[in-house]
Structure formats: structure tokens, C-alpha cells
Design a protein around this ligand. Structure first.
Ligand code: 1CP
Length: 355
């Protein structure tokens, strides 16, 4: 199989690169004035997600502005529960609202497993539009939420602080939660395979809320379903290239070894894990992505540069590092700071022939 030439794809596959690639979780979004202008044009956030032309425009905005090494599809993890039949809305300034929360086995039975080329066809159109607009400048990343993370929104009915309803379900009626997770494994596997068929060149599974689970509960109720998805993915794209799979589970650095055995190519880490030790623990089985604390972007440009150097030095001169924040960029971030961050990654990691 031919080796990829893009440094992001090469790093995902632990191949040598000219320098460390960088992309940023939530790189398109509210901290960019040009994003807010396009969202206004679309009317609201969900309409923006469903408009392939405008969603493609906002996907490319951070690429044009900062010269990042990968683009990520502009969409949201919650379009999958919507396609399964749950009503979805985003109130202005509030979190998401899922209209018919899952509270019983009957609620799970009523969920459909969507045909991604029908209920989620607008995402497939967006992928095609973005690939044309990118013209192979950088690779395109597709994504989904993990079954556990999607289930938190579906059971709670929106964002949550203490996850009381889904935790109650986990301990009292684990069979209902398991039935929901099983249905989500099918929906997410079909959805990511459709994204791959339509042209995404890597996929990331976001397990934003894996870290709220106890040790054994994470393995049983989150990692297990992610492993099933990884096993069901088509790892070769329509152009014959390998499609790397990234698992990002926030607050789950303790489970790195188990995640590295999932069959994924890259494990994404948040900033609570020591990156140098993580590389040793991963033992060459996977590449690592991360892991600058997003709050570093509130510091001075000089301090940001020092912290970038610290992350790069912690990983060291080895292949298989994708620079990223440890979680999504904050909506009140100053775009100038992001420009400084990208420049620092480019400068400090350039010329490492060993990478
Ligand atoms: O007002 C707005 O413009 C909406 C804000 C917004 C944006 C820009 C939401 C609402 N989602 C998004 C885009 C988005 N969401 C992307 C775009 C691609 C990118 O540039 O990265 C991605 C990958 C996501 C994924 C997503 N949505 C996650 C997982 C990643 C993470 O940050 O942890 C989660 C948990 C969501 C749910 C979500 N979407 C939006 C909100 C307000 C929420 C709830 C967050 C919460 O519960 O705290």
C-alpha cells in the first residue's frame, strides 16, 4: 500500500515526518469572527451543520487563517441522536436539548438505526464539498461521538454536571443502558463507514465523558463499545489509502494501555497525562495526539511558546506525535494566540529528520 504524503496522516501511522503536525479540537467555531458571520448567515448552528456549502466554508476557515495540518468536518456529535429520532435543538447560549430523553427499554426500542446516506445525507454532501474545496491541501478528519458520550446526552436530555440519570441507569438497569449502547454501536459504525466512503481520510471518536466513569465501568460501558466500532470500520478509503482511527477519551489517561489495544492507530490524551511517560506506556503500539492544556491559550505569547516546547520535548524526537490541545479550544480564545501556538509548533519541531 502506498505511504501517505501528508504529515498528519504519516504521524497517525507512526511514520517519519518533516515536523510534528498540528490540528486543534474545535478549531472551527465561536472564537473566530468569520465563523460567527457565517453562522449568522445560516440562521443558527444546526442550520449551519445542515448547509453543505456553509459548513464547508467554516471547515476551511481555520486552515486558511492558521495553516493547520488537518481539517475537521464541521458538524456535531448530536446529529446522530437526531437522526435516530430524538428531537434536537440548540438554544442560544445554552447547551443542546434532546426532546424525548431515553428512560426505558421501550424508548430504546423506538430508536432507529439511521441509514447515513438518507437521514445524514447532508453530512455526506458536506464531506464531498469540503474535499473539493480543500483540493488535497490537507487531509479531512471525520468524527463521531462514542456510544457512551452520545448516551449521556440521550438519557440526560442535554448536557449534565453530575450524570445522575445515566449513572442511575448504569447501576440499576444496566441491561437498558447496554441495549442503548448496542444500538449506538451500529449507528456510529454505519455513520463512520459512510463518512469514509464519501472521502474523510481519518476518523476520530470523541469520548468526552468517558472520564466520569469508574475504572471498571469505563472498560465495560465505554471502551468495549468503542472497540466494537473500531473492529467494524473499513480501514481502507475509496482511494486505496489507509484511514487512521483516533480514540480520544477525556480524563482517561489511566486507560492508555487498554485503549492502545483497541485496534486504533492514535490515542488522544488530555493534559492530565504526562506525555513522555505515555509514549513509553504506548510502547510503539499507537501514535499519540495532544496534549496542551487549552487554558495555556489564556497566557502570554511567550508563555505559550514555552509550554509548546515543553509538550514537544516531553514526547521527544520519535515518530508518532500529532500536536493538539488536550480538549476543545475555548469560545473566548484570542485567535492571535492560536497563530502564535501554530508558529511555535512549526518552529520548534522543524527539521527533526528522526520524526
Ligand atoms: O453556537 C454555536 O455556534 C454552537 C457551538 C458548537 C460548535 C461550533 C457546538 C454545540 N458544536 C460545534 C461544532 C463541533 N462539535 C465540532 C466541529 C468541528 C471542529 O472544529 O472541531 C465538533 C468536532 C464537535 C463535537 C462535540 N459536540 C463534542 C465532542 C468534542 C468535545 O468538545 O468534547 C461534544 C461533547 C459536543 C456536544 C455539544 N455541541 C455543542 C454544544 C454546546 C455541546 C454540549 C457541550 C457540553 O455538554 O458541555
Amino acid at each position: 500500500m502506498p505511504e501517505p504524503h501528508h504529515r498528519f496522516l504519516r504521524a497517525c501511522l507512526s511514520l517519519p515526518t518533516d515536523r510534528v503536525p498540528i490540528w486543534i479540537m474545535r478549531q472551527a467555531g465561536r472564537y473566530l469572527p468569520e465563523y460567527l458571520a457565517v453562522r449568522k448567515q445560516a440562521g443558527d448552528f444546526l442550520s449551519l451543520c445542515k448547509n453543505p456549502e456553509l459548513a464547508s466554508q467554516v471547515t476551511l476557515q481555520p486552515i486558511d487563517r492558521f495553516g493547520l495540518d488537518a481539517a475537521i468536518l464541521f458538524s456535531d456529535i448530536l446529529v446522530v441522536p437526531e437522526a435516530m429520532g430524538m428531537g434536537l435543538s440548540f438554544g442560544t447560549g445554552e447547551g443542546p436539548i434532546l426532546e424525548h430523553p431515553i428512560r426505558s427499554a421501550g424508548d430504546v426500542d423506538r430508536l432507529i438505526v439511521p441509514d447515513p446516506t438518507r437521514e445524514l445525507d447532508y453530512v455526506m454532501q458536506t464531506i464531498r464539498t469540503i474535499r473539493t474545496a480543500l483540493a488535497d491541501r490537507v487531509p479531512l478528519i471525520g468524527f463521531s461521538g462514542s456510544p457512551w458520550t452520545l448516551a449521556t446526552y440521550m438519557v440526560e436530555g442535554g448536557s449534565s454536571k453530575n450524570f445522575s440519570r445515566i449513572k442511575g441507569m448504569l447501576y440499576d438497569r444496566p441491561e437498558v443502558l447496554q441495549a442503548l449502547l448496542d444500538r449506538l454501536v451500529s449507528a456510529v459504525t454505519d455513520y463512520l463507514n459512510a463518512q469514509i466512503r464519501h472521502g474523510v481520510q481519518a476518523v476520530q471518536i470523541f469520548d468526552t465523558w468517558g472520564g466520569v466513569l469508574g475504572h471498571d465501568e469505563f472498560l465495560k460501558f465505554s471502551l468495549e463499545s468503542m472497540c466494537q466500532i473500531v473492529a467494524g470500520l473499513d480501514r481502507i478509503g475509496p482511494d486505496g489509502a489507509r484511514v487512521p482511527v483516533i480514540l480520544f477519551a477525556k480524563g482517561c489517561g489511566a486507560h492508555l494501555e487498554r485503549m492502545a489495544e483497541s485496534g486504533c492507530d492514535v490515542v488522544g490524551l488530555d493534559w492530565t497525562t504526562a506525555l513522555g511517560q505515555a509514549r513509553v506506556r504506548a510502547a510503539g503500539r499507537v501514535a499519540l495526539q495532544g496534549n496542551l492544556d487549552p487554558s495555556v491559550l489564556y497566557a502570554s505569547p511567550e508563555r505559550i511558546r514555552r509550554e509548546v516546547e515543553r509538550v514537544l520535548t516531553a514526547y521527544g524526537a520519535h515518530p508518532g506525535h500529532v500536536f493538539n490541545l488536550g480538549h476543545g479550544i475555548a469560545p473566548d480564545c484570542d485567535p492571535q494566540k492560536v497563530a502564535g501556538l501554530v508558529a511555535a509548533v512549526q518552529e520548534f519541531s522543524f527539521g527533526g529528520a528522526h520524526r
